[in-house]
Design a protein around this ligand. Structure first.
Ligand code: AFP
Length: 335
């Protein structure tokens, strides 16, 4: 664990969050070194079991969860909800925060040197542990992610815009890189796991069909596609150059509500994206207006440049005959 060196400029963080953000940064700075050592250290991508929901757990998932929960005991966090823990854990009975976390997102990329991340969400703690998290996503008082890539960075919001910090490789401090991150309004990039095409609903297929049709279809312009399979890396790209990300519900067993988790993946990303001027929905309705039915509940997730997210919702409003039509006869979006 890093010493007590200054890890982030306290004047850039609202006073009440300095302790919890500094604690998160200390663990993230150490994780970035552990990840950078790759196979020179312990086997980070080794399968070590399953989490509460039956998802495969990698060594780094468990290591990250243990490191964050240990540090957050001293950061005014009363309730700790993690993708790697079945139930909510009480860390500090006198704490004021309820913190939800995906300690290590993108596990399938650990062994192939692709960017991975940590996602966190902070609420005021209620007396009741589970109700502290099963509430409107708009109740969040802070949200952020760490991305462990060519740079290690923290992107965080406290409800008044989005801040971007970069971990300085020599000083090991997170230094402010951008005090006002905004999602570019215009982009020609979409992100979706296209191998699931046959499982998607018709509106999602129609939206992607029209992107693929490019300048020969109703969108009348060319598009590019990306899929990294690390939500944090997709988010960081969209924060930087716009675009739209889709992980819709699909016909596969267990994917009726998509793959991504409401409490510790979609709600925090939605807060960040909306604070940066973008949009975040379940395909139709804003994520921030919704609450999870259970701690590990999944939700379909569409986020990015506002105009793109609104267009995806519009495809869901198309009449059946239009959304099923080949792009040439799609009424709403004829060029
Ligand atoms: P893992 O952490 O299990 O690798 O899942 C990562 C993730 O939750 C999210 O970060 C990706 O966007 C998404 O799953 C990738 O899902 P597919 O593997 O189905 O493309």
């Amino acid at each position: 664990m890093s010493g007590n060196a200054l890890i982030i400029s306290p004047q850039t963080i609202p006073d009440r969050f300095v302790s919890v953000i500094s604690g998160l940064c200390r663990v993230a700075a150490d994780l970035s070194l552990t990840i950078a050592r790759g196979s020179l250290g312990q086997s980070l991508g080794a399968a070590v079991g399953q989490n509460a929901d039956g998802d495969g757990q990698k060594a780094l998932d468990v290591l990250a969860d243990e490191a964050f929960s240990a540090v957050l005991k001293d950061c005014s966090v009363r309730w700790y909800a993690s993708e790697e823990q079945e139930e909510v854990i009480e860390l500090d009975p006198s704490g004021t925060f309820a913190l939800a976390i995906d300690p290590l997102d993108g596990s399938s990329n650990i062994d192939v040197n692709v960017s991975i991340g940590t996602i966190f969400s902070i609420y005021e703690a209620y007396e009741d542990p589970i109700q502290s998290f099963l509430r409107k996503a708009s109740d969040q008082i802070a949200a952020g992610y760490f991305i462990y890539g060519p740079q290690t960075a923290l992107v965080v919001t406290f409800g008044a815009g989005v801040l971007h910090f970069t971990l300085h490789p020599e000083s090991r401090c997170f230094e402010l890189a951008n005090s006002s991150v905004n999602v570019p309004a215009r982009s020609s990039e979409y992100a979706i796991n296209a191998s699931n095409y046959r499982h998607w609903s018709q509106p999602v297929r129609a939206f992607i069909d029209d992107c693929i049709a490019g300048s020969e279809g109703p969108r009348d312009k060319e598009f590019n596609m990306r899929w990294i399979a690390s939500l944090v890396a997709e988010t960081h790209r969209i924060m930087s150059r716009g675009g739209v990300f889709l992980y819709p519900s699909d016909g596969r067993a267990g994917y009726e509500n998509g793959r991504l988790r409401m409490v510790y993946e979609c709600a925090p990303i939605a807060m960040l994206i909306e604070q940066a001027g973008g949009g975040a929905t379940d395909g139709c309705d804003a994520i921030l207006g919704q609450s999870a039915a259970s701690l590990h509940a999944r939700t379909p997730f569409v986020f990015g440049s506002l105009e793109k997210v609104e267009r995806v919702a519009a495809y869901h409003d198309l009449p059946e005959n239009e959304v099923s039509a080949l792009f040439g006869s799609r009424g709403l979006f004829r060029a």
